[in-house]
Design a protein around this ligand. Structure first.
Ligand code: ZN
Length: 372
């Protein structure tokens, strides 16, 4: 027989919360809102993000010590079978089962099993997979103190995930000057300048590494160029092209590296190569994140008491998540903590049922600790 947390997860998976023109997090938000309303120790409210999209916030009495957050959205649906939970060999399969409805189910069940909770606030938020609008909205509209430590629900295999690199995405054009291919001095090739720019940027990034987070790396996500004639890009073998466009994404390991730093480097390099940067636009400018382990001692002890060990996740291969925004804006230690499973962002996403029960115990331990 599965516990309440598994039953709650089945319900959550059956409520779609991917975001497109017709769907959003509303059904999950309504479910959580109604569920939390039944507890007298919680003051529950909604925060509007856009039409029909809401963050759900719940606060207890006391002073703000503990902040708990989990995102309600999932990545887009690929196959309608993903909306129905399938159980097999101790695993529950379904869209969002691991990322991050399993952890939310564990937290909701933990809350329901506590006599009282104090000094805590909870945020169930929109849009983690789509541009971070839920977390950004919450942080701008709640400028005050939210707690002394933040826990963000993400799949972490019951380990503490305390560091990841940042994410900077920039798109820009390079404008050169057409010339005859036979005479290199007759123009400035935009495509060649773009290649040089990207090469020197990659070299430059090696200056920004971190003992825990590792290297800052470059992804050239898009590259396009040639002769630009009224927005149509073509080519002629005998003409040096005047246009190149690129979208780059930098995974930054250092707090010193941001979009401004990269933009001014590109400008300088462009000058050196006698081309101009045009239409530069910063799509994302999200910093790196690192909470030292010694700031998480209380949480580490509670995990140890439930699972018999506490492990830290190596940050090198982990992506960006918006717990970083809490750490940056609120200057508090933040850690991601959630269940075990696999296949996040794929059609075979699953959560280990046994990890949900352990996670619920860990969350209850943490809620009890900070209620004192
Ligand atoms: Zn997630």
């Amino acid at each position: 027989m599965n516990g309440k947390e598994a039953e709650t997860l089945k319900k959550l998976v059956s409520l779609p919360s991917f975001v497109d023109k017709k769907n959003n997090e509303k059904k999950v938000a309504d479910f959580i809102f109604k569920y939390l309303k039944q507890f007298g120790f919680l003051k529950v409210s909604r925060q509007k993000i856009s039409k029909d999209r809401w963050n759900v916030i719940a606060k207890t009495k006391g002073t703000p010590k503990l902040f708990f957050a989990g995102h309600m959205d999932t990545v887009p649906l690929k196959n309608s079978a993903q909306m129905k939970v399938k159980e097999k060999n101790g695993k529950l399969y379904g869209l969002g089962a691991l990322d991050t409805k399993g952890g939310i189910a564990a937290l909701l069940t933990a809350i329901g099993e506590m006599k009282e909770i104090r000094n805590t606030s909870f945020l169930f938020y929109c849009g983690e997979e789509y541009g971070f609008e839920g977390m950004l909205n919450f942080l701008t509209k709640n400028p005050g103190k939210i707690g002394e430590v933040g826990i963000v629900i993400e799949p972490t295999d019951l380990k503490m995930w305390n560091a990841h690199r940042g994410l900077i995405e920039i798109s820009f054009d390079v404008e050169g000057k057409c010339g005859h291919a036979a005479d290199e001095n007759s123009g400035v090739s935009a495509t060649k300048a773009m290649m040089k720019l990207l090469n020197s940027l990659e070299l430059y990034l090696s200056n920004f590494s971190h003992p825990v987070l590792g290297k800052s790396t470059l992804n050239v996500a898009f590259l396009h160029g040639g002769l630009c004639d009224n927005f149509l890009v073509g080519y002629r073998g005998n003409i040096m092209p005047d246009f190149a466009r690129s979208v780059i994404e930098v995974r930054t390991a250092s707090e010193k590296l941001n979009s401004e730093e990269i933009s001014s480097f590109l400008e300088k390099e462009a000058k050196k190569n006698r081309v101009a940067i045009k239409n530069l636009s910063v799509v994302h400018d999200l910093g790196s994140f690192f909470t030292p382990e010694d700031e998480l001692k209380d949480i580490s002890k509670i995990i140890h008491s439930v699972v018999g060990r506490t492990e830290i996740i190596s940050p090198q291969k982990k992506g960006y998540s918006d717990g970083q925004l809490i750490s940056q804006k609120k200057k508090i230690p933040v850690v991601y903590l959630g269940p075990s499973g696999g296949g996040a962002h794929s059609e075979n996403e699953y959560v280990e049922i046994s990890s949900l029960l352990l996670l619920k115990k860990i969350y209850k331990g943490i809620l009890g600790k900070y209620s004192d």
